[in-house]
Design a binder for this molecule. Structure first.
Ligand code: PMV
Length: 317
């Protein structure tokens, strides 16, 4: 356990669903990428007395933290109890660059960094399964019924090919090109959007089933394009997926506008990412300069934040 002069650190990062959101709910595959550009760090210092928490949303004693932080406070309690320590004497500082409720896995990433920092603070080894177990406790409180995708992608370094009924498959990304992500500034509406797709499935069964299975097929094609380092094809596949998601009613005006701007400015493809109705969109570009240009144009057209991320083959960013 750390002394008063020491600091324990835990880190994690955001995630981006490249393709397969919504259709993944109906047992089709999804591809998600770790997104290190959106980073979280939790530091813990030893202090005298009651534990304190410092974050973007709250600063004060853990025992007075608002209910909205229950996912974190209950996880801290569970870990301290399991490891046999009193949950006192800690100054916990959460520094997150991941916007909350934008489909970037903010809550899972914060939980992951917190669990790592706590195990580091108590100088205990942390197995990956144990990490996933505690992120799961936090995510159940935050979201009710998490698929586990966010927990894995925000705490690991590899992209995942994910299907609900199977063990996630990790793969390497060596794609020549860049991914641009842009935040609409609007909160995503995961619960509503998922429910509306379920309602649509009841109302227009054939058409909706077809859209969902087409998204599933596009996800397999996206995996092939990644394996062949073919970002041009991948771009076309992502744009098709956006149209299907729009037909599923989960896009909105701002997402459609940013997708259109990205394509007009030379993106190889663009789509919403995550649950939709807000949150973020993504686009692909061949070079870093093109990606930067597209990101600037997205900012001029209403995005509140953008990120440019190398897809693996070179590390300009
Ligand atoms: O917006 P996010 O990152 O929570 O993504 C939701 C993804 C959905 O496929 C719409 C729902 C799910 O549980 O997979």
């Amino acid at each position: 356990m750390k002394t008063l002069s020491d600091q324990a650190i835990g880190t994690a990062h955001g995630k981006i669903i490249l393709i397969g959101e919504h259709s993944v709910v109906y047992n089709n595959p999804a591809i998600a990428l770790p997104f290190p550009a959106a980073h979280v760090e939790v530091t813990i210092e030893a202090i005298q007395g009651h534990s304190q928490i410092r974050s973007n949303y709250y600063e004060g004693s853990i025992s007075n933290a608002p209910e909205s932080l229950n996912n974190l406070t209950k996880t801290i309690e569970a870990i301290c109890e399991d490891l046999g320590y009193e949950p006192s004497g800690m100054q916990i500082t959460i520094s997150s660059l991941i916007p909350a409720e934008r489909g970037m896995g903010s809550s899972a990433a914060v939980a992951s960094a917190l669990v790592r920092a706590l195990f580091n603070f108590f100088e205990q080894p942390l197995e990956y399964d144990v990490l996933l177990h505690y992120i799961g406790i936090s995510e159940k409180i935050a979201h009710g019924n998490p698929s586990g995708l966010d927990a894995r992608v925000t705490s690991g370094n590899q992209p995942l090919f994910y299907m609900k009924s199977k063990l996630p498959e990790r793969f390497d990304l060596h794609l020549t090109g860049y991914l641009i992500a842009a935040d609409t500034g609007l909160k995503g509406q995961t619960r509503e959007a998922v429910q509306d797709v379920a309602n649509l499935l009841k109302k227009s069964r054939r058409k909706t089933k077809h859209l969902l299975s087409s998204l599933g097929k596009l996800t397999y094609q996206a995996k092939e394009a990644i394996e062949q380092d073919n970002i041009t094809d991948l771009g076309k596949i992502l744009s098709k997926a956006h149209h299907h998601l729009s037909d599923l009613t989960v896009s909105n005006e701002k997402l459609d506008k940013l997708v259109q701007v990205a394509l007009e400015q030379g993106a190889l493809g663009a789509k919403l990412t995550g649950s939709g109705r807000g949150g973020c969109m993504i686009a692909l570009a061949k070079t870093f300069d093109q990606a930067k240009h597209i990101a600037n144009e997205l900012m001029k057209n209403g995005a509140v934040e953008t990120w440019v991320h190398s897809l693996g083959a070179d590390t300009n960013e």
